[in-house]
Design a protein around this ligand. Structure first.
Ligand code: F6R
Length: 269
């Protein structure tokens, strides 16, 4: 049976609410299909989701033993064991605390010599794994998903990308200074992301409200690459009150969710 195409907007009270909601969507996917292929994101936003998934693994037996994962991106020039690399982030905050098999984990290699060959082979491994079932996403203040900065082609594939100044500034907190932030990253493209069967985008806090509004209610534009989500048939956006505050139709989104619950049916937007 095919699900009804929809862009679902779930508004939770706060960060803990979005973390619980996102983890339960991911857990449901894994329980339905234990060999799920997950696309994963780093950054501050998914940390709570990872914490919830670890809790479900420990307390409710959620198993990742057959799960395959592909991360969205990695800084270029950082070796995997660098404390700021997304490799380190993923192992510390998630992989080391669940039973995902190391051979089932893929994260772009920031040290590759032949970038083009590597990017093509990353895409090929996603295809060989059967494609991504559920892709988790955060959103940058400039509306990026992955490191697809404003101006990225909406058909882009995995490639080397120059970080926008705003992103360098935003990520300086992890590096102890702007000058230490790598200027380049390997990232899945928008075209790659759109091929995942389902997308789950999270956002928290007032500083993301503008980006969320542009992504969901703005025009489709390469200047806000998250707006490409509007083209995808199975999108769930989980945001907190602060991140939702610029959405013009937020009362309607709440109403749709209430109706869906009352009729136990998909009333998708
Ligand atoms: C991370 C990624 C980025 C972040 C975005 C938001 O893998 O792809 O798009 O999701 O920069 O970052 P935070 O969550 O730190 O605000």
């Amino acid at each position: 049976m095919h699900a009804v195409p929809r862009l679902r907007v779930i508004i939770e009270e706060d960060y803990n609410g979005i973390s619980r909601a996102a983890a339960s969507i991911i857990a449901k996917e894994i329980r339905t299909k234990p060999w799920t292929v997950l696309g994963l994101a780093t950054g501050s936003t998914p940390l709570g989701t990872y914490r919830e998934l670890i809790k479900m693994h420990r307390e409710d037996g959620l198993s990742f033993s057959l799960v395959r994962t592909f991360n969205l991106d990695e800084y270029f020039g950082l070796p995997p064991d660098n404390p700021q690399s997304y490799h380190t982030f993923m192992f510390e905050n998630f992989f080391d605390q669940v039973n995902v098999k190391p051979e089932n984990i893929s994260i772009p290699d920031g040290m590759v010599a032949d970038v083009e060959l590597f990017c093509a082979s990353y895409e090929e491994s996603i295809r060989k794994a059967g494609g991504i079932d559920l892709q988790l996403l955060g959103i940058g203040r400039d509306g990026h998903i992955g490191f697809n900065e404003p101006g990225s082609s909406l058909g882009s594939r995995t490639r080397l990308k120059t970080l926008a100044e705003e992103t360098v500034r935003d990520n300086a907190r992890f590096f102890g200074g702007e000058d230490k932030v790598p200027r380049l990253a390997l990232t899945m493209g928008i075209g790659t992301i759109l091929e995942a069967r389902k997308l789950l985008m999270l956002a928290s806090g007032a500083e993301k409200a503008g980006a969320v509004k542009n992504a969901i209610e703005g025009p489709l534009s390469s200047q806000v690459t998250a707006s490409a989500l509007q083209l995808h048939p199975q999108v769930t956006v989980v945001i907190d009150e602060q991140a939702a505050k610029q959405l013009e139709k937020r009362e309607y989104y709440r109403y749709v969710e209430k109706m869906a619950k009352s009729v136990e049916h998909d009333t998708g937007i």
